[in-house]
Design a protein. Structure first.
Length: 611
């Protein structure tokens, strides 16, 4: 019988029986692959940012609930949105994750043995990736690397490189496939880390320009098969809307229209998210952070005329960013057809996720007990907020005294000190003082610098200081304290400094740049070439807040401890502390803002407002 070859089988003559061909026949032909499902689909991107170890809806500095924050509430929103599109959803974080509240401080510096609470909570939520933030480096590389090892997701930082050879320190990007679409996520961090961070915490590291880094990596991601490119960056827009940045519509203005936008006063490269959207081809979405703003949606044009979407979910778990990408199949690959985004706010109507809460409750309870321990006492309250900023107050003098004594104990006595009051809601109470009270007047994990500066640097810093205020009319003051602040641009409260051991004053009826009325040291006018030692925190000493003149100075010493810990230590060593002991009168502000808003009877014991 003669066998006829047909495909992968042999047909045996009249019997019509199939039998395998012998070993000399051609190999079997693989069946064709199933057809690709090219029906349109929607990808969901969910984003958190600047969580700053806020898992619970709780303010550790005031000791009170805060319904408008916390990853445990955000977790409920994440699970709700994921359930709507379960196979096509990715959750991403854009940094400043492991620092910012006493919970982060405790599990970095007091007891770093347990798994980090943020790793515990984020693992439960199934993050796809996290980009580094500048505050990830605050506790040094040992703490950061431990957190990275505990996380079930990649921690990305493409622009963090080794000084020695330029090689990568962290995973630069990740490719992940959801519902058949390959998504590339590139992680970047603001290069301001190199300015703000203690040098021993980032020894051997450099922080490259995010824009140039994105230009190098996005083509690699496309070559590796990324259909959709997401840039997860701890950096935001370098400008903010003129007027109200809280209006969603204001973020949709044409970025090229100079009348619609105001510069933020950035360090070089600090906030380059918009430039990446405009100058890097093939980017579809920018998930941003760092600037602590709710940005529902910005629409930007790239160099090819395509539209790039940018969003940011504010800070502390106050919002969840929700991006929808409608993708279609064209020319053999997926591409974004249309996109949209919005923010989901957290409040008392959003329940805490029971699983996240249960996994992290013990961390929270330990932290609350830690901050509620008594450390000292006062004979009277030390006023904070605007009342402590708008007159020469005991609270600012206390913080400067702490910095002066810490510097002297380290062997670097100073001529003057500068600090800020960081919150509008807290003050040292009369009577017993807890660790929480001490921490509440210094809510950031800054360390202390002693720097050598000259009179020119000091004078320029004092002039820049008054950008905090708008130009005022003494006969027609704003209705409330906050309204005296500048609005174009808005200046953060921590960028209004109060100085010790120099005599200085301001006239706020003058235009910015010419408001300093006098500047004396030990009774003599300060000369531009006069040399001083100043105590400042590492943020300001590194030029943070736009005070680049401090970078012209020389760093003499950097503390290992945080200023916050020096405050607590001072309170422990000075029981029954009186405001009169630390309050000195060396600062004047005209017109008087204190009396109209707070009343003369509330003034400090020594320093009367300017009349």
């Amino acid at each position: 019988m003669r066998a006829l070859r047909t495909g992968t089988f042999c047909l045996l003559g009249a019997s019509s029986l199939l039998t395998a061909c012998d070993s000399n026949d051609d190999p079997p032909v693989e069946p064709p692959p199933p057809p690709v499902d090219t029906s349109p689909r929607t990808l969901t991107l969910l984003q958190t940012s600047d969580l700053h170890t806020n898992i619970f809806p709780w303010d550790y500095f005031t000791g009170k609930p805060d319904a408008k924050r916390g990853l445990s509430r955000v977790a409920t929103l994440v699970k709700q949105e994921r359930a709507k599109n379960p196979d096509c959803t990715l959750l991403v974080d854009t940094g400043d994750t492991i620092q910012g509240s006493p919970l982060g401080t405790y599990y970095a510096l007091v007891d770093n043995a347990p798994k980090h609470p943020m790793a515990t909570a984020m693992n439960e939520l199934g993050y796809a990736a996290m980009a580094l933030g500048n505050h990830e480096f605050n506790y040094g590389m040992d703490v950061l690397n431990k957190f990275k090892a505990e996380a079930n997701f990649p921690v990305l930082g493409a622009n963090v490189r080794k000084v020695a050879d330029g090689s990568e320190v962290f995973t630069p990007y990740v490719l992940t496939t959801v519902c058949g679409v390959k998504v590339g996520i590139l992680g970047l961090v603001t290069p301001g880390v190199a300015t703000w961070e203690r040098k021993d915490n980032i020894a051997g590291l450099r922080f490259d320009d995010p824009l140039e880094t994105a230009k190098a990596y996005v083509p690699k991601m496309k070559q590796a098969g990324a259909d959709v490119v997401v840039v997860a960056i701890h950096s935001g827009p370098d400008k903010q809307p003129t007027g109200s940045a809280t209006s969603p519509e204001s973020w949709l203005a044409d970025y090229a229209d100079a009348t619609k936008w105001t510069d933020r006063g950035n360090l070089p490269g600090e906030n380059e998210a918009v430039q990446i959207a405009q100058q890097v081809a093939d980017v579809d979405v920018l998930l941003t952070g760092h600037t602590h703003q709710p940005i529902p949606k910005m629409l930007l044009k790239n160099q090819d005329g395509g539209e790039v979407l940018l969003t940011q979910p504010n800070r502390w778990g106050s919002h969840l960013a929700h991006v929808q990408l409608n993708v279609t199949w064209k020319d053999g690959h997926w591409g974004v057809d249309t996109h949209d985004s919005q923010l989901h706010a957290v409040d008392e109507t959003v329940a805490e996720d029971a699983t996240v809460k249960g996994l992290t409750q013990s961390y929270h309870d330990t932290t609350v007990a830690y901050v509620n321990q008594k450390i000292g006492s006062t004979t009277a309250a030390f006023t904070g907020g605007f009342a402590g900023r708008y007159v020469d107050s005991a609270l600012a003098d206390l913080l400067n005294t702490v910095q002066e004594e810490a510097s002297e104990e380290a062997g670097f006595p100073v001529d003057l000190s500068a600090t800020a009051l960081f919150s509008n809601d807290v003050a040292l109470p009369k009577g017993d003082v807890t660790l929480r009270d001490a921490y509440s007047v210094y809510i950031y994990d800054n360390t202390l610098y002693v720097m050598e500066i000259n009179g020119s640097i000091l004078r320029r810093a004092l002039e820049m200081n008054t950008l905090y205020f708008k130009q005022l009319d003494a006969a027609n003051l704003p209705a409330k304290p906050a309204d005296a602040k500048a609005t174009t641009p808005v200046v953060a409260d921590y960028n209004w400094d109060l100085y010790s051991r120099i005599d200085y004053g301001y006239d706020l009826t003058k235009p910015a740049g010419s408001r300093l009325t006098h500047l004396r040291f030990q009774g003599q006018d300060v000369r531009d070439d006069q040399v001083f030692r100043i105590a400042v925190n590492n943020y300001r000493g590194g030029g943070g807040g736009g005070y680049s003149m401090f970078k012209e100075g020389r760093l003499l010493w950097s503390s290992a401890d945080g200023v916050r810990d020096y405050v607590a230590r001072y309170m422990q060593e000075h029981q029954n502390l009186s405001p009169d002991v630390v309050n000195t009168c060396n600062f004047t502000l005209a017109p008087d803002l204190y009396t109209p808003y707070f009343g003369a009877t509330l003034g400090p014991a020594k320093c009367a407002p300017v009349q």
